[in-house]
Ligand binder design. Structure first.
Ligand code: C2G
Length: 129
């Protein structure tokens, strides 16, 4: 069984998130998604609109997602890859190169982002309503 893992905030879940998860799942048989906690988002300098427990619940209920774990820090990726016997680490290509150090542990794949949509853009639209 080929296990794929990806990490993200998944705030205001949108089509870009869905297409990333669907393409990640197509690379294997099991998809694990590590959803950033609110505390970790503060470390990332990101403030999500939707709290962690709701973001995790939404992602958990996406058809192609098999498991959700919390992303609490930058350092957990290697441990996660070993713990879950991950074969492929996937991120959108806005992260291209940033996680190449994981190539020692598993395949690293950066996928094209879905253009024209982002949680930031949605927040900006909401602020002008
Ligand atoms: N994404 C995408 N297309 C978009 C928006 C996002 O493909 N239009 C992808 C991103 O590239 C990322 C995933 O969806 O792979 C989740 O995006 P975010 O929630 O913005 O993730 P981010 O805050 O970048 O957190 O340790 C890694 C970080 O937790 C990533």
């Amino acid at each position: 069984m080929k296990t794929v893992i990806t990490y993200g905030t998944f705030d205001l879940f949108h089509i870009g998130h869905l297409k990333l998860l669907q393409r990640a799942k197509e690379l294997g048989d099991r998809l694990i998604v590590a959803v950033s906690t609110d505390e970790f988002n503060a470390i990332k300098g990101k403030k999500s609109i939707i709290p962690y427990d709701q973001r995790a619940e939404i992602v958990k209920n996406i058809k192609c997602v098999d498991m959700v774990i919390p992303e609490k820090n930058w350092e957990q990726k290697i441990e996660d890859i070993k713990k879950y016997n991950v074969d492929i680490f996937v991120m959108g290509e806005d992260w291209k190169g940033k996680f190449d150090f994981l190539k020692e542990y598993c395949e690293v794949v950066y996928l094209p982002r879905t253009e024209g949509i982002s949680s930031t853009e949605i927040k900006q639209i909401l602020q002008h309503i």
